[in-house]
Design a protein. Structure first.
Length: 169
């Protein structure tokens, strides 16, 4: 007998830091997986969800991935996006105020000109995520088994008490 609720934590090394996976499970009629990742790892959401669907069954699970002690890739300028943005700004300037200065600082207001180089480290991050997930899954199962055994023992004691009361004692 296993409980439907539980918590598991697993860790794996990533460079000088570590990657942690936490799995929290509660009772639910179907399998419902929710994944939380750092923004830099958002492209790995489907990978983490697939890991969960392979290992977990019925229940609602929150899977949280965290990276500590390591920077997730240095920011890299997306030069094509920067050129296109500057070109568009120059066209707008020529239309609205020909000859006006167009400071480069305007590019700083454009979102996502700098992207993370995480893509270069993706295979290593996936391996670490898989290892941490597997460890978290083992910890979750251990906790669920321990809680299930405690529930079984409690139910057995209560059932025995009901039997005693039914016999008049």
């Amino acid at each position: 007998m296993r409980s439907m609720t539980g918590f598991g934590l697993g860790e794996a090394p990533v460079g000088p830091g570590k990657l942690s996976v936490e799995i929290r499970g509660v009772n639910h009629r179907f399998l419902d997986v929710r994944v939380r990742l750092p923004r830099e790892l958002s492209d790995m959401a489907s990978f983490v969800e697939q890991l969960a669907r392979e290992k977990l069954s019925r229940g609602r699970y929150e899977v949280a991935v965290r990276v500590d002690g390591v920077s997730l890739g240095a920011p890299v300028l997306d030069r094509d996006r920067a050129r296109a943005a500057f070109h568009a700004l120059r066209e707008l300037r020529d239309e609205l105020a020909p000859g006006a200065d167009l400071p480069m600082s305007l590019l700083g207001a454009i979102p996502d000109l700098f992207v993370s180089s995480v893509e270069l480290e993706l295979d290593h991050l996936r391996e670490a995520t898989r290892a941490a997930f597997d460890a978290a899954h083992v910890a979750l199962d251990t906790m669920r088994s321990r809680e299930g055994a405690a529930l079984r023992d409690d139910l057995a004691r209560r059932l025995e008490r009901v039997r005693q009361l039914a016999r008049g004692g």
